[in-house]
Design a protein around this ligand. Structure first.
Ligand SMILES: [Zn+2]
Length: 261
């Protein structure tokens, strides 16, 4: 897609693992800004990457927010890193990425439930938003969120649920974030579900370096591509693309704060 000469509205990429992108974050962010991206949230997935995310945010304070958390794939480490994640979280803009993954099941279920529950509690204690990975675990994530009652501070990143779960989570008051799969040709179910996402509680993200949107699939993903997913969302919602940029950016700033205060 060709960005217009004068950008009227800008985007927020609510989820980009800048520490995994090969190029320097400065270079990647410069391209993003050129593509109309105002800022990016860089989520950690373990202690080391949470510290790297903090470091990138320090270097690019007006473009990058960061979070500290432990990904469900590494949930078995939780007992040994919980203290360090909690320390980092004190100064982070959000908790996560954490959650449940019953698709790849790289950590035992009990370990995932334990790590996720503790990180939800951390979000409650610190009054911060939490970024949630939910893969084939809709019922369990739903039940946990019902208990912790975080409202829009619970962010369902890379949302892939169908219409039924989209409506149920919407009614729970959470925030949705859509990534590249929204653009995939075979994913009509997800686009139908996205119609039920609330206009004022939805963000867009790249999940860089993964999940590159169509038609760039196969390349490494980067924040500059977030507007492609935004354009698909505009199509699904029947809204102007500028309106979707504005709505999703407002939601990101309300939930996470913004680097410019
Ligand atoms: Zn992620």
């Amino acid at each position: 897609m060709n960005p217009p000469d004068t950008l009227s509205e800008t985007w927020v990429d609510s989820h980009a693992h800048l520490f995994m992108v090969e190029e320097a974050s400065e270079t990647v962010l410069a391209r993003a800004v050129e593509a109309g991206v105002e800022w990016v949230l860089c989520p950690g997935v373990d202690v080391e990457s949470s510290m790297q995310s903090r470091e990138i945010s320090r270097r690019l304070p007006d473009r990058v927010l960061w979070s500290a958390g432990l990904h469900p794939h590494s949930a078995s480490e939780w007992p040994s890193v919980a203290g360090r994640i909690a320390d980092l979280a004190q100064h982070a803009d959000a908790i996560g990425e954490c959650g449940l993954d019953w698709y790849r099941n790289l950590a035992p279920r009990d370990d995932q439930l334990n790590a996720f529950g503790d990180q939800l509690q951390l979000a409650v204690d610190l009054g911060k938003p939490i970024i949630i990975h939910c893969r084939d675990a809709f019922r369990d994530v739903y039940e946990m969120l019902e208990r912790f009652d975080l409202g829009e501070r619970a962010v369902l990143h890379c949302w892939t649920g169908g219409s039924k779960w989209t409506k149920r989570f919407r009614d729970l008051g959470v925030t949705f974030s859509f990534a590249g799969p929204l653009t995939y040709r075979g994913d009509e179910t997800l686009r139908l579900a996205a119609r039920h996402a609330p206009r004022d509680r939805t963000m867009v993200e790249t999940d860089s370096p993964y999940l590159t949107p169509e038609p760039l699939r196969g390349e490494s993903n980067e924040p500059a591509n977030v507007a492609i997913t935004g354009a698909t969302l505009a199509d699904v919602w029947g809204l102007d693309i500028d309106e979707v940029a504005k709505l999703t950016s407002q939601t990101a700033s309300r939930v996470f704060g913004s680097p410019r205060g």
